[in-house]
Design a protein around this ligand. Structure first.
Ligand SMILES: [Cu+2]
Length: 179
């Protein structure tokens, strides 16, 4: 009889855990797919896709990683006209340098897509944001596409190289400047 009771408790325990796991899986899925609280990433090692339609106001940074610095080469912004046509306009004035380090000026909550590429060795783009650290490998010859929302509060958010790439690795950083 006691063993029979134990068997029932196992079933109940299993179903309760199943419900809890299903809840968290569903929660993760909805927040990742909506882009509201998490990050889309493609490129190595994960490939979960960019938004099929970039949000209005998305700034796109074309970022070259070299030994040993970040070189933002170009910046554009996605704007939708009232009739729904997407335009990709140049906004190179958002890229600036302070003491030789790149600053990328964005607005709070602005959607950002980074196109990351390297011409020499493996680097990684690491950016700590309030809703979680972001980290993308950059393998030579393969573009990595990163999508995230800028933090809601103004400040400078440092990005680093997170893949040891030589003697100057620790000086390979720049800033996301939320104005
Ligand atoms: Cu590096």
């Amino acid at each position: 009889m006691s063993s029979h009771q134990g068997h029932d408790w196992e079933k109940i325990w299993f179903v309760v855990m199943l419900i809890i796991v299903a809840f968290f899986v569903g929660w993760s899925y909805t927040t990742i797919m909506s882009g509201s609280a998490a990050t889309y990433r493609t490129g190595l090692p994960l490939a979960s896709g960019l938004p099929t339609k970039l949000p209005n106001g998305t700034v796109i940074i074309y970022m070259l990683a070299v030994q040993w610095s970040w070189i933002p080469q170009n910046a554009t912004e996605i704007i939708y006209t009232p009739n729904g046509t997407m335009e990709n306009i140049s906004v190179n004035n958002i890229i600036t340098y302070v003491n030789g380090f790149p600053y990328i000026k964005v607005y709070p909550n602005q959607p950002v897509e980074m196109v990351l590429y390297s011409n020499n060795v493996v680097h990684a783009f690491y950016l700590r944001l309030p809703h979680g650290p972001q980290n993308w490998n950059i393998v030579p010859g393969i573009n990595s596409y990163a999508f995230f929302y800028a933090p809601p509060s103004p400040g400078n958010y440092t990005f680093h190289c997170a893949e040891y790439c030589g003697i100057g690795h620790s000086y390979m950083y720049g800033y996301l400047w939320v104005m």
